[in-house]
Write a protein that binds this ligand. Structure first.
Ligand code: PGA
Length: 250
């Protein structure tokens, strides 16, 4: 059975001391379950704390929320793949909607970050998703497919098969609105078809996460939707009790 993935995106929250307290509560109360993996995306300043907290737990993994596409250089304020990897990250979010729509990250920049992630030994989670006006114009699948093709452009199928995809409708992120399991399923099925077109049978094994206002009340229904292999959770991952409830679901 494929493992389910539960990924916490802490965004610009949880100082190192908060992250340490959270991880103590979490690791005390969450015992390894063979059928799932739990990923944490803390802010870069709290990465070290999370890495230390999970060092004896193969079922728990950590990553960064963003990297620059260059490995080193004069890029004040940026973190590179090699720096993140050396600090203990094994994963990176690429093309999160806040990177795309708050910071203006383009499809081309997203593609360069996917290349940089693989080069540094980080597993990229490529985030895709449509804005409300795009959904209302019936362009959801066009936008998601474009972001997927652009983000993964030029990567060999063997590498791509180790990536993760997250479908996060922009209108559902941090708004309390979620896609219905049916609506999410339609997009996940389309993403699965596109992944198979890109890399053949291997595309069947790439986890596709759903994200956007996931919480303990809606997680079961979303995980039951077609081709939903896990969830990427922002707000509801900040409280240890709620996150414990989410990772124990389904
Ligand atoms: P949210 O964020 O769960 O707070 O909507 C999800 C995300 O942005 O990854």
């Amino acid at each position: 059975m494929a493992q389910k993935l539960f990924a916490a995106n802490w965004k610009m929250h949880q100082a190192p001391a908060d992250a340490a307290a959270f991880m103590r509560t979490f690791t005390d109360q969450y015992a390894r379950q063979q059928d799932r993996r739990v990923l944490f995306f803390p802010s870069a300043v709290a990465l070290h704390v999370v890495v230390q907290a999970i060092r004896e737990r193969a079922d728990l993994e950590a990553g960064v929320q963003n990297i620059h596409w260059e490995d080193k250089g004069a890029f004040t304020g940026e973190t590179s793949g090699p720096l993140a990897r050396a600090a203990g990250a094994r994963h990176v979010l690429v093309g999160h909607s806040e990177r795309r729509h708050v910071f203006g990250e383009t499809d081309a920049e997203t593609a360069k970050k996917v290349v940089a992630a693989f080069r540094s030994g980080l597993t990229p989670t490529l985030c895709v998703g449509e804005k409300l006006e795009e959904r209302e114009a019936g362009e959801t699948l066009t936008v998601v497919t474009r972001q997927l093709r652009a983000g993964f452009q030029g990567i060999e199928p063997e590498k791509l098969a180790t990536a993760i995809v997250a479908y996060e409708p922009v209108w559902a992120i941090g708004t309390g609105k979620t896609a219905t399991p049916q609506d999410a399923g339609v997009v996940h099925v389309a993403i699965r078809a596109e992944l198979r077109a890109m890399m053949g049978e291997r595309g069947g094994a790439v986890p596709i996460l759903y994200g956007g206002s996931v919480n303990r009340s809606n997680v079961d229904a979303l995980l039951a939707a077609d081709e939903v292999d896990g969830v990427l959770v922002g707000g509801a991952s900040l409280d240890a009790e709620q996150w414990l409830a989410i990772v124990r679901s389904a």
